[in-house]
Design a protein around this ligand. Structure first.
Ligand SMILES: Cc1cc2nc3c(=O)[nH]c(=O)nc-3n(C[C@H](O)[C@H](O)[C@H](O)COP(=O)(O)OP(=O)(O)OC[C@H]3O[C@@H](n4cnc5c(N)ncnc54)[C@H](O)[C@@H]3O)c2cc1C
Ligand code: FES
Length: 415
């Protein structure tokens, strides 16, 4: 079971009564309340009352309170105290709290996440986040597209919310846990929104969306954004799912098409219509060549789209989001030393260095987790590692993308 945390109320409620014997936590609470009150022009009592009601909008400047916390709690970590005040407050990392799980289909669910300090609610529709969940005492990270639209979070005064929509993969480790195993109230870690599979502002006049399965999520954020602005241009949206029951957001998509005459929704159900081959795009959307196109879905669908648009010399108007890297190679495995962290582990040739480091509790840098963004680069001090996408080998003193590489013998990483 993941670790769950609840917001303690005692330190704040009893501050006044115990004024003469303040503990470290209480001193911090007082300082933080004073800082908040000074900035927002409210009395400390008012700030306290509203914080107790769960309103964190009165904490206007995370850096300010962090800095107060750092000064007040030395030599202990500020996080130890901040966490006691509110589990979403952390000086070290961005946190979120699962507030609701909404079933979408029998194997997919939307997670509503209240975001903590430092999370940017001005993400662009189509971007994804990293989410870290503690399972059996270890943090596991995956990427998920944000399915909500940006202003949803900004509208809420007491800290924003975002949603991600997850399809449980057969044999998948984390997706099944997110869909079926998380309790509301669970604290998760978050990585900031990123990615360039985004809807430009303003959107182009003619758009084609082609989505399959859970590939609907980034496009749903785009559709919701355009709906909220009430300016949907000429959009054709083709969505494939195995059947009606497994078509994520079906009711909402059909309602959007009803509300906006410029949005044409085309559905393909594999069980009835067969898999939608790329050659059928011509018949469904004869002017596809004139449209900026966003495609997200299973790998074979994306490969086919890439080839088709390249052959038409239209690669520039095609935007693709892949949910997984194709790791078809295997490495030899070996003994891996994470030199800076002082951790060592024996690895097989299929486990990526990123997964291995995270499993050892190391704060590994990462972004897309699939070899695109280069955020996960770490220097290789000694040994040999292999790129699991194409078998390319990297030697000592080179930098390696830990999300797609594995040990090819004993090696030492500078992290
Ligand atoms: C940018 C980006 C955005 C994404 N957005 C979304 C999103 O919005 N919604 C969504 O649902 N997903 C999304 N994903 C995919 C997501 O990050 C995960 O990869 C996905 O949920 C599977 O994670 P998992 O831990 O369940 O699977 P893993 O355990 O990591 O397994 C990965 C795959 O291997 C297969 N597998 C695992 N073990 C075995 C085994 N023993 N035998 C055979 N096969 C096996 C699984 O079926 C699965 O398909 C996104 C990915 C990226 C990179
Ligand atoms: S995390 Fe993006 S390339 Fe590795």
């Amino acid at each position: 079971m993941p670790s769950t945390t609840t917001t303690p109320t005692t330190p704040l409620t009893t501050l006044k009564e115990r004024g003469r014997a303040l503990t470290g936590t209480q001193k911090l609470a007082t300082a933080a309340l004073g800082a908040s009150a000074a900035v927002v022009g409210a009395t400390a009592l008012e700030v306290k009352r509203r914080l107790l009601q769960g309103d964190v909008s009165l904490v206007p400047n995370a850096d300010l309170v962090r800095s107060v916390a750092a000064r007040m709690t030395t030599p202990l970590l500020p996080d130890d105290y901040l966490h006691m005040l509110n589990p979403l407050w952390s000086a070290r990392e961005i946190r979120g709290k699962i507030v609701e799980l909404i079933p979408e289909t029998e194997d997919a669910a939307t997670l509503v996440i209240k975001t903590g300090w430092g999370f940017a609610t001005d993400y662009q529709p189509g971007q994804y986040i990293g989410i870290g969940v503690s399972i059996d005492g270890k943090w596991h990270w995956r990427s998920y597209s944000i399915s909500s639209e940006p202003s949803e979070g900004r509208r809420q005064r007491s800290g924003g919310t975002i949603t991600i929509t997850v399809k449980a993969m057969p044999e998948g480790f984390m997706s099944a846990h997110l869909v079926r195993g998380l309790e509301p109230g669970t604290i998760v870690r978050l990585a900031l929104p990123q990615g360039d599979f985004v809807l430009p502002d303003p959107p182009p006049p003619k758009i084609l969306f082609w989505t399959g399965g859970s590939g609907i999520t980034p496009v749903m954020s785009m559709l919701r954004t355009m709906h909220r602005r009430d300016t949907i241009p000429d959009v054709v949206h083709i969505h494939s799912a195995p059947n009606r029951g497994q078509a994520i957001f079906r009711d909402e998509r059909l309602k959007l098409a009803e509300a906006h005459p410029t949005l044409r929704m085309v559905e393909n159900f594999d069980d009835e219509d067969g898999i939608l081959e790329v050659s059928r795009i011509e018949e469904i959307c004869p002017d596809w060549r004139e449209r900026q196109t966003w495609v997200c879905g299973p790998a074979p669908m994306l490969d086919a789209a890439e080839k088709h648009w390249q052959q038409a010399k239209l690669a520039k108007s095609l935007h693709i989001e892949r949910f997984s890297a194709q790791l078809s190679e295997a490495a030899e495995g070996g003994h891996v030393t994470f030199a800076v962290s002082g951790k060592e582990v024996d690895l097989d040739g299929a486990t990526t260095l990123l997964e291995a480091g995270e499993a050892e509790g190391i704060d590994m840098p990462f972004g897309c987790r699939m070899g695109i963004c280069h955020s996960c680069i770490v220097p290789l001090k000694k040994g040999l590692v292999k790129d699991l996408r194409n078998g390319a080998e990297y030697q000592q003193n080179q930098s390696v993308q830990t999300c797609v590489t594995a040990a090819a013998g004993d090696c030492v990483l500078e992290i």
